[in-house]
Ligand binder design. Structure first.
Ligand SMILES: *[C@@H]1O[C@H](CO)[C@@H](O)[C@H](O)[C@H]1NC(C)=O
Ligand SMILES: *[C@@H]1O[C@H](CO)[C@@H](O)[C@H](O)[C@H]1NC(C)=O
Ligand SMILES: *[C@@H]1O[C@H](CO)[C@@H](O)[C@H](O)[C@H]1NC(C)=O
Ligand SMILES: *[C@@H]1O[C@H](CO)[C@@H](O)[C@H](O)[C@H]1NC(C)=O
Length: 401
C-alpha cells in the first residue's frame, strides 16, 4: 500500500481499516442477507400505501412514515419522528449556494412523472429479487463479530482519493459534481461521497452520503443517490439507504437509491448535487439535506456511541471497490469522471464549496491543514485548491497496470 502524501500514522491506519473491512462478504452472510431481504420486502409490502412505476424501471413504494425500516431497530422502538431540523447551521445560503440551487433544481426524480407519495408516507425504492444477493449488508447487528471477519484478500481492494479534515465537527457540506463512471465488473462500485466519522479505527462510527454506481446493489450502471452508516467500522453494521433500520426518512419526494440525471458530460454542461450532513444542536440527530437543501431525514443520535457528541474526521472524495482482481491486472473501474484532476473543470470530477460545521453551528471553510490522500496514486489522483477538490481517474491505464 502506497500512500501518496505523508500523513499521520493514525489516519493511515484508519484508512487501511476502512479499506480492508468495507463490505467483505461470505457465503453465510449472503444467505442470511437473503433471508433478511425477504423479511424486509414482506414488511414493506404490508405497509405500502401506493406504488409508483417510474419510467426508468424502478418501482417506488410509498410506505407510511411510521412503518419505515428504521422502526425495526430495537433502539428506535419508542422513537418520535422529528419532522424538521430545529436549527439549521448558519451560513447556509451564500452566493454560490444560489447558483447551485438553480443547477440543483434541474435534477428531477424520474418517478415523479407517474405520481407522488402522499403526506405521511415516504418513497422507498423497491429492491428487485435479483438484486437481493448482492446487497452489501442487510441489518447484521450483533450477528457478525469483529474476530470472525475474514481478512481482506489480495483479491479485494478499495481505493480512496479524498480530502480530509480532523478536528471537532458537527457536520459537513459539499456541492458534488455528478458523473457516470464505468464500473468494470458486477461487484465493483464507484462512489463520490461526504463522510462524517468518529471513534477508534476498528470500530468507527460513520454516516455518509453521495452518489454511486453500484451494479451489485441495483442491477444496473446508473448513477444513484445513496447514504450509508455504521457504528463499528462496517464490521457488523453498515448498509445502504433504507436497507437496514437506522436512518429515518421524513421527505416524501426524494427516494434514496433513485437515479440522478442529467449527468455531467466531458467538456460539456456540468451538473451538481448539494449535500449537507449536520448535527441538530437540540436533538443531537444527524440530519441529511439534499438538493435545494430540503431535509431528507436523519440518523438518530441514539444509534451512535462516538458520533453521539461530535465528529472527529470529515472526508470528501471518491472511493472505488475493485474486487477479485486477478493476474496482476488492475480493473478499469473509473473514479469520478474517469479523468484525472489535472484535466480541470468540465473534464475532471469535483467537489466545490466544501465546508464543515463548527461547535457554534456555523458553516465554515475547512481548516488550514486540510489534506489529501490517495491510496493508489498511479490510478487515482486528488487535488485540493481554492475550495475545489478535483479527484478521480480511469482505473486501468498505462501508469496504473
Ligand atoms: C406484495 O404482496 C402481494 C400479495 O401477496 C404480491 O402479489 C406482491 O408481489 C407483493 N409485492 C412485493 C413487492 O413483494
Ligand atoms: C419503549 O417503551 C416501553 C414501554 O414504556 C419500554 O418498556 C421500552 O424499554 C422502551 N424501549 C426503548 C428502546 O426505550
Ligand atoms: C488472511 O490472509 C492470509 C494470507 O492471504 C491467509 O493465509 C489467512 O488464512 C487469512 N485469514 C483469514 C481469517 O481469512
Ligand atoms: C455495466 O457496465 C459494464 C462495463 O461497461 C458492463 O460490462 C455491464 O454489462 C453493465 N451492466 C449492466 C447491468 O448494464
Amino acid at each position: 500500500m502506497k500512500v501518496y502524501i505523508s500523513m499521520s500514522y493514525d489516519l493511515v491506519a484508519l484508512l487501511l481499516v476502512i479499506i480492508s473491512l468495507w463490505c467483505i462478504e461470505t457465503k453465510a452472510q449472503a444467505t442470511m442477507q437473503q433471508l433478511r431481504v425477504q423479511q424486509y420486502l414482506k414488511r414493506l409490502n404490508k405497509s405500502t400505501i401506493k406504488s409508483i412505476k417510474s419510467p426508468d424501471g424502478d418501482i417506488i413504494d410509498c410506505v407510511h412514515i411510521y412503518h419505515q425500516p428504521a422502526f425495526d431497530h430495537p433502539l428506535l422502538e419508542n422513537h418520535t419522528i422529528q419532522m424538521r431540523p430545529s436549527i439549521l447551521p448558519s451560513g447556509l445560503y451564500d452566493e454560490n449556494e444560489v447558483a447551485s440551487k438553480m443547477e440543483g433544481s434541474s435534477i428531477p426524480q424520474h418517478w415523479h412523472q407517474n405520481g407522488r407519495c402522499p403526506e405521511d408516507t415516504i418513497p422507498i425504492r423497491r429492491t428487485k429479487k435479483d438484486e437481493l444477493l448482492s446487497v452489501s449488508s442487510i441489518e447484521r447487528h450483533g450477528k457478525k463479530r469483529h474476530g470472525t471477519i475474514p481478512n481482506a484478500t489480495s483479491a479485494d481492494a478499495e481505493e480512496f482519493a479524498v480530502v480530509y479534515a480532523t478536528g471537532e465537527y458537527y457536520g459537513a457540506k459539499a456541492i458534488i459534481n455528478v458523473w457516470n463512471p464505468t464500473v468494470a465488473r458486477p461487484h465493483d462500485f464507484s462512489a463520490s461521497a461526504l463522510w462524517v466519522m468518529a471513534g477508534p479505527f476498528d470500530q468507527f462510527n460513520a454516516v455518509e452520503a453521495g452518489w454511486h454506481v453500484h451494479p451489485g446493489l441495483y442491477g444496473d450502471n446508473k448513477t444513484r443517490l445513496f447514504t450509508s452508516w455504521t457504528i463499528d467500522g462496517y464490521t457488523s453494521t453498515g448498509c445502504y439507504n433504507l436497507l437496514c433500520s437506522g436512518f429515518i426518512q421524513v421527505n416524501n419526494d426524494i427516494a434514496l437509491g433513485s437515479d440522478i440525471s442529467p449527468i455531467s458530460s466531458y467538456g460539456g454542461r456540468q451538473y451538481e448535487i448539494t449535500l449537507l450532513i449536520s448535527k441538530d444542536p437540540k436533538t443531537g440527530n444527524w440530519w441529511l439535506q439534499f438538493g435545494n437543501l430540503s431535509p431528507l431525514g436523519y440518523w438518530p443520535s441514539s444509534l451512535f456511541h462516538d458520533l453521539s457528541d461530535s465528529a472527529s474526521l470529515i472526508e470528501w472524495g471518491g472511493q472505488v471497490a475493485n474486487r477479485q482482481v486477478g493476474g496482476g491486472q488492475y480493473p478499469s473501474t473509473m473514479m469520478g469522471s474517469g479523468h484525472v484532476p489535472e484535466q480541470g473543470f468540465g473534464k475532471a470530477s469535483y467537489f466545490k464549496n466544501i465546508q464543515i460545521v463548527d461547535q457554534f453551528n456555523d458553516l465554515r471553510a475547512p481548516p488550514q491543514g486540510t489534506k489529501t490522500i490517495t491510496t493508489n496514486p498511479s490510478c487515482y489522483h486528488v487535488r485540493y485548491a481554492n475550495n475545489y477538490i478535483y479527484y478521480g481517474g480511469p482505473g486501468s491505464n498505462p501508469s496504473c497496470p
